[in-house]
Design a protein around this ligand. Structure first.
Ligand SMILES: [Zn+2]
Length: 83
């Protein structure tokens, strides 16, 4: 006959739920950090007057700096490549 001690039963009853919680936690954290970037119409720009970095729509020909309020043509902005 197989004898099982009370300590073994308690250890088993504690380890199984803790292992399940740990696996779910690792799965959730992996899912959280593997989110992909969402494509957007905005691009990063830098004002040549005050050197403020801001986002602007790619389709706009003229953009206004949110800090110094100067209106600039899109060609005058240095566009960051993102790398
Ligand atoms: Zn500016």
């Amino acid at each position: 006959m197989i004898t099982v001690s009370l300590t073994s039963i308690l250890a088993y009853l504690l380890c199984v739920p803790l292992t399940a919680i740990m696996i779910l936690w690792l799965y959730d954290s992996e899912k959280k950090y593997s989110r992909k970037a969402v494509p957007t119409r905005k691009t990063m720009c830098e004002c040549e007057i005050c050197l403020y970095h801001f986002t602007a729509d790619k389709a706009d020909k003229y953009v206004r700096c949110p800090r110094c309020k100067s209106l600039m043509e899109r060609k005058t902005l240095r566009v960051k490549s993102g790398k």
